[in-house]
Design a protein around this ligand. Structure first.
Ligand code: ADP
Ligand code: MG
Length: 377
C-alpha cells in the first residue's frame, strides 16, 4: 500500500442510487462517498430517504438503479451476509434470553468462531464500551443507553468493513442521547471503523460527524464538513435546515426606498423574486446610526436566554426579524420594547428564485446605496 493511501481510500461509494415505492420516488439519483475511517452523517428530515439509502447499502433493500461499492468491491448484488457490514438500529433488537456477553458474541458464534475466541472478543468489546462488569446480565437488566452500547458492540464484534447506524439514539431521552453522542465520537476515534450514521437531528450530526450528507426529497442537497455547510450552504433548504435563519423578501424591503433600483446594490441585480437569508447571530443591532449599512427596525420583544439575548424585531413595513446578540453586548445599551434601532447584517446570502442562485453577497455593496438615500436595503 502506498504511503497515505490508507487515509484516502474510499470505503463506501454510492453511485446514482434511485428507488421508487409504487410511483413515489423515495431516493432520486443519490451519489456520495465515505472515506475509510470517517464517521459520516446522513442528515435530512423524516421521509427524505435516509433509511432507504442505508438499507440499500446494507443489502436489506434493492435499488431500482445505481451501485454500491464497499471497500473497492462492487456490492450491488451481494447478499447481506457477504457485505461485511454491521448495523445498529433505533430499536435495539438484543436477544432477551441471552446474556450481554452472548449477545455480543452471537455474530461470531454463527460464523463458527471457536468458543474461547468468541468469549475473548466479547470481553474485549465490553471493556471498549465501558460495560466490563455487565457480561452476565440480561438485556432487561440494562438501561436503554446501555442496551444501545451493547447493540453497537455486537455490530462491531465480527470486525465489519463498515458500520451503519440508523438513528441509533432516537428512542432515548435527551440527556442520555447527549452522553451517547459524545461517547460514540470518542469510541470512533479509538476504533476508526468507517461509519455512516443516519439522523434527522442537525445538532447530532454536527456533534459526531466528520462529514455530513444533507438529504431532502430523496436527493443529496450538499455534502461537506459540518462547519462549511453551515457557513456556505448551497441552497435555501440547507441554510434553513442547519440552523435558524431570517428570510427577507428583497423587493418589499426595497419598496420603501427612494430611487435606487436593484442595480444600485449588486453587480448582478436579483430578479423580481429574491430573498435575503441572514442568521440571527450574523446581525448587529445599534441604538443609533453609526455609518454602517443598516435596516431601521422596531424592537417587539426581548428574551434573555442566558448567554445570548434574543430580540424579535420588525422591519418596516411588516417583516419580522430575529436577532441573537451576546448578553454582554446588550448590557450598556439597555434596549427596551418599542425602541427604534438600526440593524446591520455582517453576512447574508441572496436567493434569486428566477435564476435559482444562492450566493453570499458583500454587505457593503449590497447596502451601500440605500444608505445614501436613507432607506433600508
Ligand atoms: P427517512 O429514513 O429519511 O425518514 P425513508 O427512507 O424511511 O426516509 O423513507 C423515504 C420515503 O419512502 C418515505 O416517504 C416513506 O414513507 C417511503 N417508504 C419507505 N419505505 C417504504 C415501503 N416499504 N413502502 C412504501 N413506502 C416506503
Ligand atoms: Mg429513517
Amino acid at each position: 500500500m502506498k504511503p497515505g493511501s490508507e487515509e484516502k481510500a474510499v470505503a463506501i461509494e454510492v453511485r446514482g442510487l434511485s428507488k421508487k415505492y409504487g410511483s413515489f420516488q423515495a431516493v432520486d439519483d443519490v451519489s456520495f462517498e465515505v472515506q475509510a475511517g470517517q464517521l459520516v452523517a446522513l442528515l435530512g428530515p423524516s421521509g427524505s430517504g435516509k433509511s432507504t439509502i442505508l438499507r440499500t447499502i446494507a443489502g436489506l433493500e434493492t435499488a431500482d438503479s445505481g451501485s454500491v461499492m464497499l471497500t473497492g468491491e462492487d456490492a450491488t448484488d451481494l447478499p447481506v451476509q457477504r457485505r461485511g457490514v454491521g448495523f445498529v438500529f433505533q430499536h435495539y433488537a438484543l436477544f432477551r434470553h441471552m446474556t450481554v456477553r452472548d449477545n455480543i458474541g452471537f455474530g461470531l458464534k454463527i460464523r463458527g468462531v471457536p468458543r474461547a475466541e468468541v468469549r475473548r472478543r466479547a470481553d474485549e468489546l465490553l471493556d471498549l464500551i465501558q460495560l466490563g462488569g455487565y457480561a452476565n446480565r440480561y438485556p432487561s437488566q440494562l438501561s436503554g443507553g446501555q442496551r444501545q452500547r451493547i447493540a453497537l458492540a455486537r455490530a462491531l464484534a465480527p470486525r465489519p468493513k463498515v458500520l451503519l447506524l440508523d438513528e441509533p439514539f432516537g428512542a432515548l431521552d435527551a440527556k442520555v442521547r447527549d452522553e451517547l453522542r459524545t461517547w460514540l465520537r470518542r469510541l470512533h476515534d479509538e476504533v476508526h471503523v468507517t461509519s455512516l450514521f443516519v439522523t434527522h437531528d442537525q445538532r447530532e450530526a454536527f456533534e459526531v460527524s466528520d462529514q455530513i450528507v444533507v438529504l431532502a426529497d430523496g436527493k443529496v442537497q450538499q455534502l461537506g464538513p459540518p462547519q462549511s455547510l453551515y457557513e456556505r450552504p448551497a441552497n435555501p433548504f440547507v441554510a434553513g435546515f442547519l440552523g435558524a435563519i431570517n428570510v427577507l423578501p428583497l423587493r418589499s424591503l426595497k419598496a420603501g426606498s427612494v430611487g435606487g433600483g436593484p442595480e444600485s446594490w449588486m453587480d448582478r441585480p436579483p430578479a423580481e423574486h429574491a430573498e435575503a437569508y441572514v442568521r440571527p447571530h450574523d446581525l448587529d443591532v445599534f441604538a443609533s446610526r453609526d455609518g454602517k449599512p443598516y435596516w431601521p427596525a422596531t424592537i417587539e420583544r426581548i428574551t434573555p436566554l442566558g448567554g445570548v439575548v434574543r430580540l424579535d424585531l420588525r422591519i418596516a413595513p411588516d417583516h419580522p426579524l430575529h436577532i441573537e446578540v451576546p448578553r454582554d453586548r446588550t448590557l450598556g445599551v439597555a434596549f427596551n420594547t418599542g425602541d427604534e434601532v438600526y440593524v446591520s447584517p455582517r453576512h447574508l446570502n441572496v436567493y434569486d428564485r428566477v435564476r435559482g442562485t444562492f450566493e453570499p453577497v458583500d454587505v457593503h455593496r449590497a447596502i451601500g446605496l440605500s444608505l445614501e438615500n436613507g432607506a433600508g436595503i
